[in-house]
Design a binder for this molecule. Structure first.
Ligand SMILES: Cc1cc2nc3c(=O)[nH]c(=O)nc-3n(C[C@H](O)[C@H](O)[C@H](O)COP(=O)(O)OP(=O)(O)OC[C@H]3O[C@@H](n4cnc5c(N)ncnc54)[C@H](O)[C@@H]3O)c2cc1C
Length: 400
């Protein structure tokens, strides 16, 4: 039986590997280079656990990574949250291109695996069931038949559009400007994730796997007057420097010329009420695009993959009928949906709280007043609120 997976992001590539490892025929199709400029890179303990279960965690020993050991939230020079990462699997920054290529290398060891570089433009149908894809490769089109098509093609999913699977969007009123500053912080600060708020502006800052400083500036979608401001004409080194505490301001000022042009990342956030049609299943961001806050998308996608593999591998190995395969698709959605909904609620809540603090001067003032005495309590409560975001809603086990 042939499975076609569209999209070689974290969802598609790990599912392709798991199916190939079980002796199944799988074709993975990717439209762009695995080296594309931006891919999320924060893995939570739940994502690391998924990789361990898949036998892929050891790949991280051979690529550069950066473990986060401490979280600090600083409001206008006053530390509000200061807490170490708990023991056990620790949030880790992973270069996604290197990771994807390493998984691709593992998948290529299995005879049933095939990688096709090209863009899926349309679907093939047999008796109103999806029966394959048509791929555009450098202007030529190729038809690839399939017993099952997986849409792992991300938040702007073509398969979602082609199958008329509606995306119900959630409110999320900001995009992100993503900066890279190739000027490392002192070694002692490289394992800290910083959140800075000053006035109405918020900035996330962490040292990435290559020691460069990555900066995520929250860009409101609708600032005064209903229009986003013209971010391309902003003096960013000065603007970002002003948001952090003195040491951060000095670091940015000293390396202002090295600050790279930012990438604007449009956030798409929500979920499809239905993830499947006969012959096709959406997974990962295609089914439920995640917001960037608290690095959830890759982790949840990896857990989607384990659940999908649990249902699909026995069916595909047994050459199950099309209707038996189709009957498994809503079960996969049903098993994954509660965790996705919970994570999206928590992402909305986290973003709402950050917005509230940024928009309410009296709240910032109050937090700064109580921080010296209440910091340990605030920090512990903050971390305990992150439990489902770090470990998932419930355990997910890969069956084999
Ligand atoms: C600003 C931002 C920061 C983020 N940071 C993090 C983070 O730190 N940690 C985290 O866990 N999550 C993060 N996320 C979320 C995370 O990036 C996604 O949830 C995750 O990448 C989803 O994986 P995926 O494989 O489903 O989709 P994607 O990673 O989007 O992969 C989809 C793949 O499909 C390919 N494709 C698309 N269309 C076609 C087509 N027609 N034919 C063939 N191929 C196609 C694309 O080229 C792409 O390679 C972030 C998101 C944003 C917006």
């Amino acid at each position: 039986m042939q499975t076609v997976i569209v999209g070689a992001g974290p969802t598609g590539i790990t599912l392709a590997y798991l199916l190939a490892r079980q002796g199944l025929e799988v074709t993975l199709i990717e439209a762009t280079s695995l080296d594309r400029v931006f891919r999320g890179e924060g893995l939570m303990p739940s994502g690391l656990d998924a990789l361990a279960q898949m036998g892929l965690l050891e790949l991280l020993d051979h690529i550069p990574t950066q473990v986060i050991q401490r979280w600090e939230m600083i409001i206008e020079d006053c530390p509000i949250v200061q807490i170490n990462e708990p023991d056990g699997l620790q949030t880790t920054i992973v270069p996604q291109p290197a990771f994807l290529k390493a998984v691709l290398g593992k998948a290529e060891q299995y005879p049933g695996f095939r990688f096709v570089q090209g863009s899926v433009q349309s679907l093939l149908y047999e008796s109103e069931r999806v029966a394959g894809v048509s791929v555009n490769q450098a202007g030529a089109s190729q038809e690839i038949p399939a017993d099952l098509v997986i849409g792992a093609d991300g938040r702007g999913s073509t398969l979602r559009r082609l199958t008329n699977l509606h995306l119900q969007k959630r409110d999320y009123d900001s995009n992100l400007l993503w900066f890279r500053l190739p000027a490392p912080l002192p070694a002692a600060q490289r394992s800290v994730f910083y959140g800075f708020i000053r006035g109405s502006e918020s900035l996330g800052a962490y040292s990435s796997w290559d020691s460069s400083l990555k900066l995520a500036y929250i860009l409101p979608r609708d600032s005064a007057g209903g229009k986003s401001f013209d971010w391309k004409s902003v003096d960013w080194p000065a603007r970002l420097a002003a948001i952090g505490p003195d040491w951060f301001t000095a670091h940015l000022q000293n390396h202002a010329a090295m600050l790279e042009t930012p990438v604007l990342l449009n956030v798409v956030f929500g979920a499809c009420p239905r993830w499947w049609q006969p012959g096709v299943l959406l997974l990962g961001d295609a089914a439920h695009p995640m917001a960037p806050i608290r690095a959830q998308g890759i982790n949840l996608a990896l857990r989607d993959v384990m659940v999908a593999a649990n249902y699909l591998v026995p069916l595909l190995q047994a050459n199950a009928t099309a209707s038996a395969i189709d009957a498994a698709l809503p079960q996969i959605q049903a098993e994954r949906e509660p965790e996705i909904q919970r994570a999206q609620q928590l992402q909305q809540h986290e973003q709402g709280q950050a917005n509230l603090i940024a928009q309410t001067a009296i709240l910032r003032w109050g937090l700064k007043r109580v921080a010296p005495a209440a910091r340990p309590l605030i920090s512990r409560r903050w971390l305990s609120r992150q439990r489902h975001l770090r470990y998932g809603l419930h355990p997910v086990r890969l069956h084999w």
